[in-house]
Design a protein around this ligand. Sequence first.
Ligand code: KG4
Ligand code: ZN
Length: 343
Amino acid sequence: MLSLAVETSCDETSAAVLENEKVLSNVISSQLFHSEFGGVIPEIASREHILKITEITESALSLAGRKISDIELISATSEPGLIGALLVGLNFGKSLAMCLNIPFLPVNHIHSHLYSNFLGSKPENYKFPFISLIVSGGHTLLILAEDFFKHKILGRTVDDAAGEAFDKAGKLLGLGYPGGPLIDKLALTGNISFHKFPLAYVKNSRFDFSFSGVKTSLLYFLKEINFESIKNEKLLSDICASYQNAIVSSLFEKTLLAAKENKVRDIKISGGVSANSGLQKEFRLLEKSGYRISFPEPLYSTDNAAMIGLTGYLKYKHSDNKEYFMKDSLNQNAVARLDYENF
Ligand code: KG4
Ligand code: ZN
């Protein structure tokens, strides 16, 4: 089955063409200009998606060597994300599906990060159960994935997401936006024991995360050492390494505990923060104790339409009411917040 997918939930306009589970093309246009404002400006993001979506879709089709009339299924992100941005891709996808009279699959962006771990591997290797740690710019979730679309949320952040903790630190350190990749790079040459940034433990919950405290402790630390006046490359690297280590330790400890308690040996990590080299290093060490650790390919860790396409296709394939996607799914609205109850 040939499918076309679009993703416009935040600041990436992306389109992909897939043949069943296999990615034929995946084109991504990142709105880099938001860094000038220190964060994504929703209104500008939506307008930019409108300008780009047709051109990006055409190049995905042409790279795959297919025509729009060859497409048999359309997937588009419907939630969660910036409403105006979501509406662009969602309505673009709905319109195409209506014109072509083919199924329309609204896709949950967070599901698609979870399934991004399958991209590039053969369908016979799609195995359950596994523990999924999803660490993106807006979400941090610990999930027990029992089967296709059978997900149990074990834990989540009670305040900031891990990606947000990186991005806010990036601003405090004067590095720019997004802070995650910049901190990661600087941390490579820094000393993780330079300073102990405290990790907040969430009361009465062993699997929930809290990242707003670590950011505040960085703020106070920078004031205390009068950072602006003594700032140098070595100090910056040491702060980045220690700060990153605090976030990574929290993610690592809770994920490992969840795997042990659920007697699961497969751990799959996804979302933008999964590209972090400190995080990857820490989790990879578990392979020595028999755990199977997987990260999406770097191209699939941040937002992309290939993961939307795979998730839409899998949702269709495993649905016992395929008729729903011919008409009723066209009523799907864009939803800003993640629905934790019906995940
Ligand atoms: O999944 P994603 O592309 O977008 C959302 O769905 O939110 O994640 C973006 C987040 C940003 O917070 C960015 O700083 C973070 O992923 N990120 C990283 C790295 N690369 C991207 N954080 C830490 N280390 C990285 N190497
Ligand atoms: Zn994302």
